[in-house]
Design a binder for this molecule. Structure first.
Ligand code: ADP
Length: 546
């Protein structure tokens, strides 16, 4: 017998409608590239999002057609988040940090009908426009009087466009499995692949993001969204915040530490999310002035970080300097992204502070709605003993079932599991500890050495800004770790000093065979260490005396 409850489609428009009706006056604050603050509300954003829907009708963008954005975090980008999806089109957020050839590839692959862009991207737009045959309209996200001169056909001004459109009285109602947003993976090897989210997956994922043991958003939160809106749906913040009526702060392109600090302080942010590199810079800026800087007005309670592993030292500094809990999360573009979040269990309430940090260094526990499995090379299930290293597989309501246009073919096994390519352990409490990307793992004498763990320990050295570990060949052990160190400005750590520091913290056979000091480390467009490039540069390094 079936239950007798209503089935309403899980549509993104219901999130923005809810925010507008229940939290209409709650602020959306956004800072433009010049640093000027703009204040809006959920009610205003929702009204303008409805105009976006009408404007897309006027532009002849069909239901189900992708629309691209090349934009930083701003109220206009947020309006597109709701307006494009709510009206049944697909929002394709393009990462402007990708190489122009990659951007060309993905806009053509997606067949985007028009592109909404920030004026700062005019040079990129002019470079790309002749190479994008599907794009019929270019909409500059600005007022008419700041419309830049752009050499493209079909240039429009966003403010004019939505002023001319009537806000639709009602959002259309359609199947909740309809595609809503499109994000391409960064494609460090091969072409980027599209991940096509649905309204249903997005709304369910937003519920999971709001849950107390994950990002724990509420109507009382003010969230600084440092993670770009073009990176994996900004970890769901725009949707989850609307679901609970949290105030949103959108920082625009300026992500330097001082600009972040000012927004945190002036807007009374309670939570902030961004990749560890941003927080690394933030804490390095704060360090020399933390005894003198005025922290009054700072209401920050939680920082959430993922994409790469936040090191232990970062977690401790947030705790000790600012009284902030760093929530460590793990996921992928392919998983919407949230899979695990590092919130404490009951037993941590009375635990020693260091035990809590031990927990936070892990990537967290699986949230309800997704399932995780740890498998060996033959696909056999491994125990959750905190020691067995295997590949993580994942399945659930916001996990990919296949890439856009079937690139890469079948990506699930017969039981519906998606292979993440991440190597990890899972402990008896369910905390996942990522040891490496499978392709980055260092296989030494038949055992695996975790590059992530050595990197994280190295950055807790007071003179180290950032560190990377890659494998170099070894005649006996097959592979051995090479440590690359980017020192803090003005500091001069030595090889012996670094090795001495590590020697008390890791097993002897994990000790790097050599340490090289570098001016900087290369990163991907989403802030990850670009190990392919490091291997190309240093993969054949012969250690001193080796
Ligand atoms: P990209 O487009 O660069 O692949 P994703 O965000 O999809 O961006 O990257 C997902 C990968 O990032 C994961 O498979 C994992 O290797 C890495 N990652 C994500 N979160 C963490 C974390 N908390 N710690 C370590 N690595 C992480």
């Amino acid at each position: 017998m079936l239950g007798l409850m209503q089935t309403r489609p899980l549509l993104i428009s219901t999130l923005v409608d809810y925010a507008a009706s229940q939290h209409g006056g709650r602020e959306i604050v956004s800072r433009d590239p010049e640093g000027v603050i703009h204040r809006s509300t959920y009610a205003a954003v929702a009204e303008r999002a409805r105009r976006v829907g009408q404007a897309l009708d006027m532009l002849d963008v069909r239901f189900g057609q992708p629309v691209a954005t090349l934009a930083w975090n701003s109220f206009r980008h947020l309006e597109l988040y709701y307006g494009v999806t709510g009206s049944g089109r697909i929002l394709h957020t393009v990462n402007p940090r990708l190489f122009p050839e990659q951007i060309q590839y993905i806009i053509n692959h997606a067949e985007d009908g028009c592109v909404f862009f920030d004026p700062v991207f005019v040079p990129l737009v002019e470079q790309l426009a002749p190479l994008l045959p599907h794009v019929r309209g270019w909409v500059a996200l600005c007022e008419a009087d700041s419309l830049p001169a752009v050499k493209v056909d079909g240039l429009l001004c966003y403010e004019d466009l939505i002023a001319a459109a009537e806000p639709a009285a009602e959002w259309p109602v359609f199947d909740e499995n309809t595609a809503s947003t499109l994000c391409y993976t960064s494609g460090t090897t091969g072409n980027p692949k599209g991940v096509l989210y649905s309204h249903r997956s997005t709304v369910l994922h937003a519920f999971a993001a709001c849950a107390a043991d994950s990002l724990a958003f509420s109507a009382r939160d003010t969230i600084l969204t440092v993670v770009p809106l073009f990176h994996a749906n900004a970890w769901s913040i725009p949707f989850a915040a609307a679901m609970c009526g949290a105030k949103l702060v959108l920082p625009g392109p300026r992500l330097d530490p001082e600009s972040i600090f000012l927004l945190l302080q002036q807007e009374g942010c309670t939570a902030a999310g961004g990749i560890p590199t941003v927080w690394l810079n933030f804490l390095a800026w704060l360090e020399p002035q933390r005894d003198t800087i005025d922290l009054s007005g700072l209401k920050l309670q939680r920082v959430f970080a993922g994409g790469t592993a936040p090191p232990r030292a970062m977690i401790e500094k947030f705790r000790d300097w600012l009284g902030v809990f760093l929530l460590h999360a793990w996921g992928m573009t392919e998983t919407s992204p949230l899979v695990t979040a590092g919130s404490p269990l009951a037993k941590h309430a009375d635990a020693a502070p260091e035990t809590v940090v031990d927990m936070q260094v892990n990537q967290g526990r699986q949230v309800y709605g997704v399932e995780l499995k740890l498998v060996d090379a033959d696909g056999g299930k491994l125990p959750h003993d905190g020691r067995s290293v295997g590949e993580l597989k994942v399945r659930g309501n916001w996990v990919i079932s296949g890439y856009f246009k079937n690139e890469g073919g079948q990506v699930l096994d017969a039981q519906g599991w998606f292979s993440t390519g991440d190597a990890a352990t899972i402990d008896p409490d369910g905390y996942v500890q990522l040891t490496d990307r499978l392709k980055d793992i260092i296989k030494s004498g038949g055992e695996w050495i975790s590059s992530i763990e050595i990197e994280n320990l190295t950055v807790s050295h007071p003179d180290v800004f950032e560190a990377a570990v890659i494998a170099i060949p070894h005649p006996v052990w097959q592979e051995r770790p090479l440590l690359l160190v980017h020192a803090k400005e003005g500091r001069e750590p030595t090889r012996a000093g670094i090795l001495d520091f590590l020697s008390t913290r890791i097993a002897r056979w994990w000790m790097p065979d050599d340490v090289l000091f570098v001016e900087s480390l290369p990163h991907t467009a989403t802030g990850k260490l670009l190990k392919t490039e490091l291997r190309a540069r240093y993969g054949n390094h012969v250690p001193a005396g080796g």
